[in-house]
Structure formats: structure tokens, C-alpha cells
Design a protein. Structure first.
Length: 98
């Protein structure tokens, strides 16, 4: 379960739908482990067959920063992280349907 209220989760989904309509998004970190606090950040990982363009990631992060979200959203791409971190993320995540 993703620990984020419905209003804020809908904002996240709308932004992702606009900027990454063809990608799978994993939520990982404290928001899926029940160790989050009210203002814990939201960790998102982009999983897609095509290489993720860094400009796309920056536009996405800008959209989150300009939104009404009261929390920070961190975005990384699967292809950009090392295999050790991939293993850690793969142990506990939720796919975000949007």
C-alpha cells in the first residue's frame, strides 16, 4: 500500500499521466514500508523499455515541484541506478497504476 492521501496520490497520477503515459512507475522507500512520516518524500522509479531522457525526468520533477504537493518527490530511472540499488528497490515496491 502506498502511504499517501488520495488527493495527493491523484495529483501524482495526473502528472505522471501527462509526462510519462507509457511507463511503469514503482514507488519504493518509506511510503511503501509503513515507516513514513507526514512529510516523508515520495520515491518514484521509472521502468520502461526505452532509455529515459534526462530532460523528461527534469520536466517531471519540475511538474511535481510546481504542483500542490506538500512533499518532495524524487524520481530516478531504472537504467540509471547500479545493480546493487536495483536489488534493494526490487525487494519492496508498489507499482503505481495511473
Amino acid at each position: 500500500m502506498i502511504n499517501l492521501d488520495e488527493k495527493h496520490l491523484n495529483i501524482v497520477k495526473n502528472i505522471l499521466g501527462k509526462h510519462l503515459p507509457d511507463s511503469e512507475i514503482w514507488v519504493f522507500g518509506s511510503r511503501v514500508t509503513n515507516r513514513c512520516k507526514k512529510y516523508s518524500d515520495l520515491d518514484l522509479l521509472i521502468r520502461r523499455a526505452q532509455m529515459v531522457d534526462q530532460k523528461m525526468v527534469f520536466r517531471l520533477m519540475d511538474a511535481f515541484e510546481e504542483s500542490e504537493l506538500p512533499i518532495k518527490v524524487d524520481v530516478i530511472a531504472w537504467s540509471e541506478i547500479d545493480s546493487d540499488f536495483q536489488k534493494i528497490v526490487s525487494q519492496r515496491y508498489e507499482v503505481l497504476e495511473y
